[in-house]
Design a protein around this ligand. Structure first.
Ligand code: R5P
Length: 294
């Protein structure tokens, strides 16, 4: 089957890099907004019988990027595409995966249904926020794979940051899965803190008995959004006389002055991957995405 790559407006640079890695043509798109606010999407090229890889991360304005994604996928299918693979490195709405309070939407369920309904045949995500669900088949009825960027992050740290005997820290229990992978790759140890979320912008990090004195630290998490989690974690570690502290994440969403907060708390460096373009997106994810598609 002839393969093509298509980039939505959230991820066109990543789409270009992915197409290069795969040695696959990248189709041009015309994506714009009508004066009344509606989105317009057109994909340029022969779509008959193709396998189309649609790259679209859903950060900062997820509703807009979701709508674009829906329009792209249905346009592809209507125009003769045989198979559509959704490459959604940052998958939004995953954190609202249950009804926490009466009457709330279970957003993850709604979004996943819509993604399937428009015609996605297969899906890839990267370090999707799977907190209470451990299996993609419990969320999606199509083949879906959650890739991880943690080995790429660990490789970058090992090659570029000259840390001495670093201790890997997960800011909460959920981050243990990532801390464990990074620690194994960097041949060091890891620990996990306890986090209580007070509100969407406030967290409390509970101190544990940690031997961090004079050690370099790498805090590893899936997402840096407001930066509250990382900033609080750094404060706790600094009080315990940690040495240099690097904060690393897969998805640097970075809202609400996150970087300022994290550096003010005492970070030595903050790094993330290109699942989301940002000032700290230094770890290129395209080769790993390509590998998964080969
Ligand atoms: C939540 O459990 C996630 O793994 C991240 O820790 C969280 O989304 C980070 O958010 P923020 O940067 O706003 O604290």
């Amino acid at each position: 089957m002839r393969r093509v790559v298509i980039g939505g407006s959230s991820s066109y640079v990543l789409a270009i890099k992915l197409a290069r890695e795969l040695n696959t043509p990248l189709l041009e798109t015309d994506i714009k907004r009508f004066p009344d606010g509606e989105k317009y999407v057109r994909i340029d090229g022969d779509l008959e019988g193709v396998e189309a890889i649609v790259v679209q991360s859903m950060y900062l304005t997820p509703d807009e990027y979701l709508m674009e994604y829906f329009l792209m996928v249905e346009a592809l299918k209507d125009s003769g595409a045989k198979k559509v693979i959704g490459m959604i490195p940052y998958f939004a709405y995953a954190r609202q995966d249950k009804r926490f309070n009466p009457g709330e939407a279970v957003s993850l369920r709604t979004v996943s249904r819509l993604i399937e309904t428009v015609g996605t045949d297969q899906l890839f995500t990267v370090d999707m926020h799977l907190h209470r669900v451990d299996d993609m088949s419990k969320i999606f009825n199509i083949p879906a794979k959650n890739l991880t960027a943690i080995p790429d992050i660990a490789r970058y740290i090992g090659a570029n940051l000259s840390l001495e005997n670093p201790l890997i820290i997960g800011p909460d229990e959920e981050a243990e899965q990532w801390a464990k992978i990074a620690a194994a790759q960097l041949e060091t140890d890891y620990d996990v803190l306890e986090k209580k979320r007070i509100s969407s912008t406030q967290v409390e990090i509970t101190t544990r008995e940690l031997e961090v004195k004079n050690r370099d630290i790498v805090i590893i998490d899936d997402i840096i959004s407001t930066g509250g989690t990382i900033a609080k974690t750094i404060e706790v570690l600094k009080k315990k006389d940690a040495n240099r502290i690097v904060a690393a994440c897969t998805h640097p969403i970075l809202v609400d002055n996150a970087l300022k907060k994290i550096y003010m708390a005492g970070a030595y460096n903050v790094i993330g991957t290109t699942t989301i373009p940002s000032p700290i997106s230094v770890i290129e994810i395209a080769p790993s995405l390509a590998e998964a598609l080969k």
